[in-house]
Write a protein that binds this ligand. Structure first.
Ligand SMILES: Nc1ncnc2c1ncn2[C@@H]1O[C@H](COP(=O)(O)OP(=O)(O)OP(=O)(O)O)[C@@H](O)[C@H]1O
Ligand SMILES: [Mg+2]
Length: 637
């Protein structure tokens, strides 16, 4: 085990080849250098991790499923502060093993994982961090915002006045470690927005995984796609953190340079078909182990490449089976002993670790109350405030989206308004089509919510599975911002249409009230579709049946007087039907003929009912969207 992890996490920037003297806060002001971004140290052990899938092969007649083993039972024990390299041929199950020990595998699997000798509990995700292979971040965020976001949601610095300053210091330090200070204010970007480079994105993902103060960081190919120099910079940053703070890094890595390989303490080498261990011990002892087995890497340039050649089943002259057998007969026993030793030695539970971290950061764990026991590191209020801040920043920064949204809203209003110019001067029966179009166009323009929800869903799924915030917090923020945008857009459209219609302005308030109530219900309906639809391409199909039901049974096309009795329920369900009835009876209170023709009820009881249904549906749809967002389209691993 390494030296005490409470040592101040000060990394010399010269170590990563950067001169950032002007960017850094001199010698940790604020809460003092003892404030650590890490919780401390933890040992990690796992026993008999295995994974198999059921495949259907064979002839058409005989489709009995058979089991294909992906991972044969694998055990291991990593000491706190170790840098562990997980190396093996493509498809051998490295990601699968990493996901299982990180607690991210969704498919059924076997085996036990121990943190400080104790079985994993629900706080495991608070003391560990998972850096996925994909860089999933909002494109309109800057590098610094992304990293700070994670820090804010993983490390509770309380409400001290020094909180902001201290956070800046820690974030700057981590950005420095990962060589990101020069690009800290640049946008992440995507295919359409110029942002940072691919390698910088990779490092940002790694920095955000690390900044949260995890004791163990699991990283799946953090260096893939980076130049050899960048890869070395990344691993060096991890090495520094592991040395100074006792953070354990379990890293899947391909083709590490000799200099990079030297930075790892432990090597877990795997072979394929099925995934098995061939070596599981100190990296520096691997050469002697292979030499003893008759495969000396002495005369080769890069020993890691050589090991891979020896144990890759597809390579001619490989010794995969031999090495796997050798492991089972020899080293496996030592590993089992190490696992047993860790279990016997025990150690701090995540609860103790998290509580101690809170105390060290000057936040009373007592006032945190139940929160200490939850999956999330910060309070519900902090989650909402942090998410809201980011959402508003992203919304205001995406001016292209805002321009399109509001100019299209105006254009729609203009087209319908011109088509029904001065319709207010005509007969009520002639005005009905205008009212129908006003409601219809307004509702349909909210379809923009679907692609928006789908686009944000991926970021949400990744961040939520990392335990940054709860689904409910995300939905509350999304509703507040999303509904406000929709209401503003609808207001513009309705205002333009109404101005051109020549209807009496005295009626505008009533008409706007009932249309906006309908629009809000529809926004939430489209949000459900956004949560349910597998992708953008299918969202329209998924939206159609409900949309058709609401539009057809709108108390105008199909109304109380014409509806088949067995379909009457649809008029009660359709939000448009309630709005249409209220608007028409409000606009033409004395037109008895119209009321009889469509079967409208203009009693005050019916108005109360309409309001209750619309508010009820808005809330119900919102709740359904929340459940669908939490349960559906989850990341499958
Ligand atoms: N949930 C799952 N359902 C079905 N098959 C799975 C599942 N998870 C993993 N596999 C299969 O297990 C095998 C190993 O996959 P894994 O991603 O772990 O390989 P890897 O060693 O990380 O490869 P690479 O180096 O290419 O990333 C693959 O054939 C994959 O399809
Ligand atoms: Mg992989």
């Amino acid at each position: 085990m390494r030296a005490n992890g409470d040592a101040p996490h000060v990394v010399q920037m010269s170590d990563v080849g950067l001169d950032v003297s002007g960017d850094r806060d001199p010698a940790g002001r604020g809460l003092g250098p003892e404030v650590s971004t890490s919780y401390g140290q933890s040992n990690l052990a796992f026993r008999d991790i295995s994974f198999a899938i059921s495949v259907r092969k064979g002839t058409r007649r005989d489709k009995t499923p058979h089991t294909e083993v992906i991972l044969a039972p694998i055990s291991g024990a990593f000491d706190a502060g170790n840098m562990v390299a997980l190396i093996g041929p493509s498809g051998c199950g490295k990601t699968t093993l990493l996901d299982i020990i990180a607690g991210k595998k969704t498919a059924p699997h076997e085996g036990q994982v121990f943190l400080n000798g104790r079985p994993r509990d629900k706080l495991y995700s608070r003391v560990t961090s998972y850096v996925p292979q994909q860089d999933v971040m909002p494109s309109f965020c800057t590098v610094r915002e992304v990293v700070e976001f994670n820090h804010r949601l993983r490390v509770d610095l309380g409400d001290t006045p020094l909180e902001r300053e201290e956070r800046q210091r820690i974030v700057n330090e981590v950005l420095g470690n990962f060589g990101l200070l020069r690009v800290k204010d640049q946008l992440i970007g995507d295919a359409y927005i110029r942002g940072i480079s691919g390698g910088q994105k990779r490092r940002t993902t790694l920095a955000r995984g690390f900044v949260g103060g995890a004791q163990i960081v699991f990283a799946d190919e953090p260096t893939s796609g980076l130049s050899a120099t960048d890869a070395e910079l990344c691993v060096r940053a991890m090495r520094r953190a592991s040395e100074s703070k006792g953070v354990t890094f379990v890293v899947v890595i391909h083709q590490p340079r000799v200099e990079v390989a030297q930075m790892f303490d432990h090597l877990l080498l795997m072979t394929a078909n099925p995934g098995r261990v061939v070596y599981n011990g100190p990296f520096r002892d691997a050469a002697a182990y292979f030499t003893k087995a008759g495969h000396s890497p002495e005369k080769v340039g890069n020993p890691s490449d050589y090991y891979l050649d020896v144990i890759t089943p597809d390579i001619a002259g490989n010794a995969a089976e031999e090495m796997a057998g050798l492991y089972l007969r020899g080293q496996a026993q030592e590993v089992e002993l190490a696992v047993r030793r860790q279990i016997e030695a025990g150690g701090k539970s995540p609860l103790v670790t998290v509580t101690e971290a809170a105390l060290r950061l000057g936040v009373s764990p007592r006032t945190n109350g139940k929160r200490q026991l939850g999956r999330h590191s910060v309070s519900w209020k902090t989650q909402i405030v942090t998410l809201m801040k980011r959402r508003l920043t992203l919304t205001l920064r995406d001016t292209r989206h805002l321009k399109i949204r509001f100019s299209m809203a105006s254009l729609q209003g203009l087209i319908v308004g011109l088509a029904f110019l001065d319709i207010g001067k005509k007969l009520p029966i002639q005005q009905l089509s205008f009212l129908f179009m006003l409601l219809q166009i307004g509702a349909l323009s909210n379809m923009a919510v679907m692609p928006e929800t789908i686009a944000q869903r991926l970021v949400f799924k990744f961040e939520n599975s990392d335990g940054l915030y709860s689904t409910a917090a995300a939905v509350v923020v999304d509703t507040a911002v999303g509904n406000t945008l929709a209401v503003v857009g609808n207001f513009i459209t309705t205002l333009i249409m109404f101005s051109l219609s020549g209807l009496d302005w005295g009626m505008f308030g009533m008409l706007y009230f009932w249309s906006i109530a309908y629009f809000v219900v529809m926004v939430n309906y489209f949000k459900i579709v956004g949560a349910v639809a597998p992708s953008h391409a299918e969202s329209l199909q998924v939206a159609m049946p409900g949309l058709m039901l609401f539009i057809l049974f709108n108390n105008f096309f199909v109304n109380q007087a014409t509806v088949p009795s067995f379909m009457r329920w649809a008029l009660y369900v359709s939000p448009m039907a309630w709005s249409v009835e209220q608007i028409i009876t409000g606009l033409y209170p004395h037109d008895a003929e119209l009321k009889t023709f469509y079967g409208y009820d203009d009693s005050s009881g019916q108005t109360v009912m309409a309001l209750s249904v619309l508010v009820g549906e808005a809330i119900l749809f919102q709740a359904i969207a929340l459940v669908c967002l939490a349960k559906m389209n989850n990341i499958q691993r």
